[in-house]
Design a protein around this ligand. Sequence first.
Ligand code: CMC
Length: 428
Amino acid sequence: MPEAVLRFEDKEIALPTEVGSEGEIAVDIGRLRAETGLITLDRGFANTAETRSAVSYIDGEKGILRYRGYPIEQLADRCSFLEVAYLLQYGELPTKAELEAYEESITRHTLLREDMKHLFEAFPHDAHPMQILASATSALATYYPDALDPLDEEAIDISSRRLIAKVPTMVAWSYKYRMGQPYVYPRNDLEYSSRFLHMMFSVPSEEYVPNEVIARALNVLFILHADHGQNCSASAVRLVGSGQANIFSSIAAGIHALSGPLHGGANQAVLEMLEDIVASGGDVSKTVARAKDKNDPFRLMGFGHRVYKNFDPRAQLIKKIAEDVLGQLGRHDPLLDVAMELEQVALSDDYFIERRLYPNVDFYSGIIYRAMGFPTDMFTVLFAIGRLPGWLSQWREQATDPKAMIFRPRQVYVGANARDVTPIDQRG
Ligand code: CMC
């Protein structure tokens, strides 16, 4: 590969480049400071790769997302969520026997230690589910001290399986506590999504059969959220892991990162925005005008993406699922009408066209979760359940990479220059 040449004042340095498997070329600046004294400034890492990664590939211009080379459209159509979780973590789709063994091992770990109930009960009833999930995930490390060594591949494997198995139970139990209903134990004869729905929505006094339409749609939604390159939460997981913190602490950090409204928290924010529009008479133009107003910090939630500048392939699939699920459940939701109108208005507006802002993964997902019966503040924990295999795969990739280094960015210091401390009685 040819080198890139950087010239500054009288110095010139040739920087090596390397090319990814889809042809993307990266300039390696690792020697830049040592040879020239220069550092680089790249706000929000918009232009910086910290790592090589083989987990997922995104082409933001063409609207492509692949996990381990497989288009998400095919995975969503032909695979179960656990099949995709296996693919992400181990690099290949499982054979039938491998999948059965994997499902069996996940199923064996769905129970929580009984003492963990007290953890949920320590939270206020109206605590946000993302805070509870992050805390419970962190707490899991205290129950499994034998499997925390980040350099032990067997420990990574068992901890990853425990997390995939237990996170839905933790989410459902935090909901049960909030509702004042008895905890429902995982039914291991059900598949992953149905088991979760059963823990969430069944009560001991009535028979509950998970709705197949909902379970299938949830399975696809989990798949569509399962990984997305070096996004904010995956980077948080890697950053914490880079200091060799244990996997539970790293995943808890990812959950916290996901909770923000610019990231996974957007799915909750979208629904609240749509509800506000309906409540104030259904006029979408005011919301669009606010989003365009430079003096108003408001943004059209569920619109825009750092990488996708054409369309978000997940959003296209999710819009279709929203229409199908509502149709199959025989429900009409005025929020879906408002969302579609908002999309039309925004997509024909110069502000959004010029900035290449399109609906993202969070724009339509909340409407489906709402139709499924989930409360609005649980939408982001559903994103977290889906993203978990991606985080675990990113964490494993880093933990097993001999070239991985602790994250330690530089800074352009702009503070005060050296000065002496004045004794307190002489200040003022
Ligand atoms: N509404 C109005 N204007 C927007 C929006 C929006 N949703 N998104 C970006 N812009 C404008 C922004 O003001 C800027 O305008 P200008 O060039 O005049 O200053 C321009 O578009 C570029 O925006 P940016 O903030 O530089 O872009 P970014 O890559 O840093 O931000 C984003 C990406 C997703 C944080 C942003 O588009 C946003 O805040 N969207 C709303 C929140 C959201 O839906 N988040 C979910 C993201 S997808 C799933 C996930 O990551 O969890």
